[in-house]
Design a protein around this ligand. Sequence first.
Ligand code: PLP
Length: 393
Amino acid sequence: MHIADRISRLGTETAFAVAARAAAHKAAGHEVFPFHLGDMNIPTPANVMEAACRAMRAGKTGYCPSPGIPELRDALALDVNAARGTSYAMENVAIQPGGKPVIGKFIMACMNPGEEVLYPNPGYPIYESQIEYHGGVAVPYRYLRDTSGFHIDLDHLQSLITPRTRAIIINDLQNPLGAQCSDAERNRLAELAMRHDLAVLLDEAYFDIRYGGKSVSLASIPGMAERSVILYTFSKKFAMTGWRLGAAIGPREIIDVVAKLNVNDESCSNHFVQHGALEGLTGDQSGPLAILSTLKERRDAAVELLNSMSGVDCPSPEATFYLFPEVTELMSRKGFTDDYASFAEDILVKTGVSLCTRLHFGRPLHGEERRFIRLAYSGIDVDGIRKGLLALK
Ligand code: PLP
């Protein structure tokens, strides 16, 4: 059968391949400590589940408007405005079947084939995949590490902007690094986007997964809301990864395009799930608070153990549920200087710890000599974290 050429440019989220390998190891009778995927083993808050069930029984099982039910669009605009200081209305919100679909739709709306889009590396692999699939040139920008954690190398980023650059993807509160921008860094990014007239995808998947301080959106900087699309998701804050619900939030001219893509692709997002999400936004907030405190306890346990291991150095991010420890010394001690794949397989077989390495988040950029792994603690409880990481020692 003939397969279209563009498919050869489509990448994937390789963490799912690690999940399949871990599942096979478990099926063969071994204990597995799942640190590989940003999925969650925490239940969705009960009030959200009940509201979705009620909606289902009340017949909310047919199609609904393509950009989402008006009550949810309205509530989400208000919620986002309260947290970010923006002034969106429901017309600025297009509900999506997850946050991930916003990436491809943003690319389709803002980039022509042959144009360049800047994206983070290490970063969420779907950015590069979608840019290349749609015929664009994916241009990775890098991060620097200091004692406080990872920061975008803004001079490097600036040097990558050309007359063909159309857009930039920014994942402040970053997967896999746990990095977050300072105010000064955010201002400089905004200044660059405005000076070069770039469309901006603000991937804010982890905006609400924060253990201290307050998240700040680039959309709150004057001039930025007009050129940005926020990727919003219900997946993490409400432990709803499998429900598949998110939103694109931005200027009407882009959101109307996104909604038109919805009509073509999905017709609409799951109807009764939207009623569950509405309860999540407007109802009792003890669920998301409990989720955060569970995650914080896991982070603290994992960071403490990792930093007690010789050859491992792990900053403690204030946001996301990922850790990105340096393991250069550990890897060479175990005889795997730069062979990430064999290192991860060896760890899985010998300890049951399933993890992603730096390689799962883009090709290493020129000059990278230090080695890193990514540990997600959203799908493993404190006991598992302790047992797994002690085995790793
Ligand atoms: N963006 C980032 C950075 C992510 O890590 C994820 C999921 O892990 C997503 C977007 C998409 O999440 P979802 O499609 O579940 O909303």
